[in-house]
Design a protein around this ligand. Sequence first.
Ligand SMILES: *Cc1c(COP(=O)(O)O)cnc(C)c1O
Length: 425
Amino acid sequence: MKNYSTETKCVQAGYRPTNGEPRQVPIIQSTTFKYDTSEDMGKLFDLEASGYFYTRLQNPTNDYVAAKIAALEGGAAGMLTSSGQAANFFSLFNICETGSHIVSSSSIYGGTFNLISVTMKKMGIDATFVSPDCTEEELNAAFRENTRAVFGETIANPALTVLDIEKFAKAAHAHGVPLIVDNTFPTPVNCRPIEWGADIVTHSTTKYMDGHGTAVGGAIVDSGKFDWMAEKDKFPGLTTPDDSYHGIVYAEKFGLEGAFITKATSQLMRDLGSIQSPQNAFYLNLGLESLHVRMPRHVENGQAVAEFLSAHPKVSKVSFSGLKTDPYYELAQKYLPKGGCGVVSFEVEGGRKAAEAFMGRLKLCAIETHVADARSCCLNPATSTHRQMTDEQLAAAGIPAGLIRISCGLEAKEDLIADLAQALG
Ligand SMILES: *Cc1c(COP(=O)(O)O)cnc(C)c1O
C-alpha cells in the first residue's frame, strides 16, 4: 500500500484479504493458538519463526490494525497498546531504564506529564522539561550524558502548542537519541512526524482515530530509521543479549526496521501485558476507515468556532493554530498545512467561576473528560484532567485555571456557534 494516498490507506491498508477471506477485518477472539508439534511452538518462543501463541503478546486483529496505522504514519512497524498511556510508557521504557534521563516538552498531556515526572521517576528515570518554544541552545542544555530519549506532542493536549518537530529532532539526533512524538491530535491525516525527523510516533487511538468515543487504545509506530547500533552503549536493551530470549540481540536479529517493535512486543508486552483487546482493535479500524473524511470536518468546525470566539467580547483569549493571530500559526502552516484538529482553547472573562457557569449553560456541547469524537464536548482542565498540577506547573504548561477546552465534533458549525453564543449570553 506504500504508494497509495493517505485516504486510500485509511480505508484499505493493513488487512488485505485473499480469495474467499472475510472482507472486513476478522475479530480473532481467541486467547491462544493451536500448533501441531511442540517444535513448531518452540520456534515461536525462540523468536525463530513469526506467528501467534498467546494474545497477551500479539493477536492478528491487532496486527492488521497496527499495520494500517504504521502505513499511515509512513513507519516500518507498529503495535497496538491498551491505551495511549501504555503507548507512551512503552515507547519510553523500551529504551530507558533506571539511571536514564528523558528530555520532554513541558507542554504535554497531563497523564503523560504524571507518567514521566512521578511514576517513571519512581523507577529511577529522571526528566528535564523544556518549553516547546525554547531556543536551540536551551534545548541542547537540557541533555545529559544519560539522556536516552526526547519526547513531545505535535499539538499539545490541552495547551494546543505546536511542536517544532525539526528543532527537537535535530537536538535529539545531535545527542544520539531518538525523538518520540505523540501525534494524537493531528493524526497522520494532518501531520506525519516521521517526515520531519521523528523516530517513533505514538497515539492515543481513543481520540480521533477511534473517533466515536467507543474504545480506549493506543499505538506505537517505529520509523525504522534510528540506528541503535550506532549508539550501542546508550541502548543496551536493544544492542546487547536479552537473557530472557536466549541471548537474542534485537538490533542485530531484527535490524533497523524490526528491533524496536519486536522488543516492545516480546519483552514489554510479555511482562507488562497491556495489549488492546481484539474487539477494541476492530472498533478502532472502523474509525480509521473514515478518519480522512472526518478530520477535515473537525478542522473546519474548529476554525469556525475559534473565529466566532475570538470576535466575542466576553472571551479574553483563544488558542487555535489556524487563527492568524495565534502564536503557533507559522509553525502550523509548516507542519499542519491542512489544519491541526478540532480542539479550541479559550478563556472567558471572569475566570474559573465564569467558566463553570458557561459550561453549565451549554446544550449541545457536553462536559466530558474527552476530546476528539463525533460529538462536541468541553472541559476545564484545571478542575479535572490537570488537577494534580500546581499553579506553577499549570502556568508552565500554558493552562490557566479559567481555560476551557472545547472539542468540536462533526455537528453543523452553525448549531455549535449558536450554542456557544447563548451560553456566553
Ligand atoms: C488522551 C491522550 C493520551 C492518553 O491516552 P489514553 O488513551 O487516554 O490512555 C496521551 N496523549 C495525548 C496527547 C492524549 O490526548
